[in-house]
Ligand binder design. Structure first.
Ligand SMILES: *Cc1c(COP(=O)(O)O)cnc(C)c1O
Length: 450
């Protein structure tokens, strides 16, 4: 069947996520046939470098032989089982392995099947924890501006990106939004070297006003992904941990995008050396193989739910596919590769190489404001003029135009507004990274004229 027929059949019935379907009139869906390593191949045989890890989840390349083998083995043993009262070896082993790697103290794991679901759990647990430890008045949540925590109702309420949340405001619980760090356009004119997290004053002011009614603060540690990979210093997290402790407010770290080596360390919280009360992980947890998420909590949190049945303190939250054995088997293989194949260490060297190569190729481009980076994440912010940092007119949809051209050049470079980013599988080889940069440069030329 030709790609044209596949496209027609697709558009006849499929409503794609996060898409204006009318855009598909001029940019039809690309029907992917197979993937290998950092490459995707469509039904016509065209190749694409998957520089965005297929929505940030593919950690170790498509069809990774070790993960394939692990899932196939599990498939012939046990595909799924109810996770209430029943358990299985892959989940037990995974829990044991993961708790060794998580920030110290996160000892109890609650399994779910997608990131937003883990965030919902985190919010409910924080609320219930406060209620069950004598603070029923602590019912609100605080988040940062420009934050993203998923798209179910609770997750949307603690997200502040209008693109996703504005439409639904009347349906969402009221939350407190604190101005997020914005290091590229730092209001205090500080550099990374001189920064002392002056912007943390917003958090302190909001705590002074609201801490008595706060159940928890939720943040994306170090990198605000959807906001355009905005990166802020570890000191901010350290200060936030201390402030939460001072006021009895729980700290939820949403590591769904940042976990498993994306920022150069196993978890973004490790940069600050802090342990949140609750952490959510997903995306790279299964290296992009199976939908799975985990909420990890400290013993302090867990113990507040542990009581005789008729005290009604249990956390009554379940998803049908919680703890799915196939997902666990993919996650186990992922952890094995990360730790035993030296991938994490190699990715740190690769990160230096990638950033330098991107700087050499695009650092002086007249529309590149900055190329911010941490781990292999590199975000290129396009602006009208780097001197003033004035954004490009949003009506031009420049990021989207570049995305379309990049596809012609064999690169999957889905933008965040006018921020184009690399967030590749950690084991992408340097040659592929160089090719991806070349293809980016070509796409910039096509759209920006230089
Ligand atoms: C992707 C993401 C989510 C939502 O996960 P889904 O599996 O898409 O529901 C939540 N928080 C962060 C930080 C994310 O990047």
């Amino acid at each position: 069947m030709s790609s044209q027929v596949w496209v027609e059949k697709d558009l006849a019935h499929i409503w794609h996520p996060c898409s204006q379907m009318k855009d598909y009139e001029t940019l039809p869906p690309i029907v992917i046939d197979h993937g290998k390593g950092s490459y995707l191949y469509d039904v016509d045989g065209n190749e694409y470098i998957d520089i965005i890890s297929s929505w940030w989840c593919n950690l170790l390349g498509h069809c990774n032989p070790k993960i394939n083998a692990s899932v196939k083995k599990q498939l012939d043993t046990l595909e799924h089982v109810i996770f209430a009262n029943l358990s299985h070896k892959p989940a037990i082993t995974l829990a044991e392995e993961l708790t060794k790697l998580l920030p110290k103290g996160l000892n109890k794991l609650h399994f779910n099947d997608n990131g937003s679901g883990a965030v919902e759990c985190a919010l409910k647990v924080a609320f219930q924890y406060q209620y069950q430890t004598g603070h029923p008045e602590r019912q609100k949540f605080m988040c940062l501006t420009e934050s993203y925590h998923g798209e179910t109702m609770g997750a949307l309420a603690v997200g502040s990106m209008d693109l996703f949340a504005k439409m639904y405001q009347p349906m969402l619980m009221e939350t407190i939004h604190t101005e997020a760090p914005d290091c590229y356009r730092c209001p205090y004119n500080k550099t990374r070297e001189t920064c002392e997290c002056e912007c943390f004053c917003h958090m302190e002011e909001n705590f002074a006003k609201h801490s008595h009614e706060l159940a928890a603060v939720i943040v994306e540690p170090i990198v605000q992904g959807c906001a355009g990979m905005r990166i802020y210093p570890p000191l901010y997290l350290k200060k936030l941990r201390a402030l939460c402790d001072e006021y009895g407010v729980l700290l939820i770290a949403d590591e769904i995008a940042t976990g498993f080596g994306r920022t150069g360390k196993m978890f973004a919280c490790d940069h600050a050396g802090i342990t949140p009360d609750i952490m959510t992980i997903s995306k790279a947890l299964t290296a992009g193989y199976m939908p799975m998420s985990i909420m990890a909590v400290t013993d302090k949190i867990y113990d507040a739910f542990y009581a005789d049945y008729f005290e009604y303190k249990a956390f009554m939250h379940s998803h049908t596919y919680a703890g799915n054995p196939l997902g666990c088997s993919a996650a186990l293989a992922t952890l094995d590769i990360l730790q035993n194949d030296g991938v994490l260490a190699a990715a740190q060297d690769k990160a230096v190489f990638l950033h330098q190569a991107l700087e050499d190729a695009l650092g002086k481009h007249p529309n590149v404001g900055e190329i911010r980076h941490i781990g292999l994440i590199n975000a290129i912010e396009l602006v009208k003029d780097p001197a003033t940092k004035e954004p490009l007119p949003s009506k031009a949809r420049t990021g989207y135009q570049i995305y379309k051209k990049a596809l012609d050049h064999g690169l999957l470079l889905r933008p965040l507004g006018d921020v184009l980013y690399f967030n590749p599988p950690l084991n992408t080889d340097n040659k592929t990274l160089e090719d991806a940069i070349d293809r980016t440069v070509e796409s910039f030329k096509d759209v920006l004229g230089k």
